[in-house]
Design a protein around this ligand. Structure first.
Ligand SMILES: [Zn+2]
Length: 231
């Protein structure tokens, strides 16, 4: 039996199923790699958004409304979702959202907000650590450059899986992302944020090569859009 299943929906979008819940992260499902039409997504229990760029908010508001799901975002981005018509009771902490260091507990899943080094028009860019009751911890870095505190994230929440951007230009490139594995020390790494725009990396080949040299103890899993990985 699978405890947790991670499905890549292209770009930074993932569907994570575990503890009887379905979590969507950065659901930009109009991305050219997406295997899903957002109109078909009506099963989201939780929708996590890392920052307010279009390739991350995507169709989060629409999916929240049609799924009656709960949106998790930083304080200022949460306000934006309320303006877009997401009911405040469907936004984490009664519409407040949360901030770096804070957590939102949903059923028995713990969602903790971490820092990220990027830009955003509302609030601050962030990442998430998702902790399942069976001890599986998943880190979604959001869009970010590398930062040394990644070591602390891995120490606080020993990571089963790290979902890391590798595409360069807007985020870490393959070399930095492979080095980030030395800090985070996840058992498994899944690359993201590549292959969508012409100006970012088109495949994960370079990341796989760097990771095998810099962090051989981490298993790299390269998913095709729509493909799932069971833990
Ligand atoms: Zn992005």
């Amino acid at each position: 039996m699978t405890d947790v299943k991670i499905t890549w929906l292209g770009h930074a979008a993932f569907k994570i199923e575990g503890a009887g819940k379905k979590i969507y992260i950065d659901p930009w499902l109009e991305n050219p790699q997406s295997p899903l039409n957002w109109q078909e997504v009506n099963d989201a229990d939780l929708i996590l958004v890392t920052h307010d760029h279009f390739d991350h908010t995507g169709q989060a508001a629409e999916i929240a409304k049609q799924s009656n799901g709960m949106v998790v975002a930083n304080v200022e981005t949460a306000r934006k979702f309320a303006e877009l018509g997401v009911p405040t009771e469907n936004i984490a902490h009664g519409g407040s959202g949360l901030n770096i260091g804070g957590s939102f507990n949903f059923a028995n899943i713990k969602i903790t907000m971490t820092q990220a080094y990027h830009s955003t028009a509302t609030g601050a860019p962030i990442g998430y650590v998702i902790r399942f009751p069976n001890g599986i911890n998943i880190y979604h870095a959001g869009d970010t450059g590398i930062f040394s505190e990644m070591k602390l994230i891995g120490e606080l929440y020993p990571l089963t899986v790290a979902l890391l951007p590798i595409g360069d230009v807007f985020t870490m490139d393959a070399y930095q992302a492979a080095h980030a594995l030395k800090l985070l020390k996840p058992q498994i790494a899944i690359p993201m944020h590549y292959g969508t725009f012409p100006i970012i990396a088109q495949n994960a080949t370079e990341f796989v090569e760097y990771a095998s040299k810099l962090a051989p103890e981490t298993k790299v899993v390269v998913l095709k859009p729509g493909e799932g990985y069971n833990i």
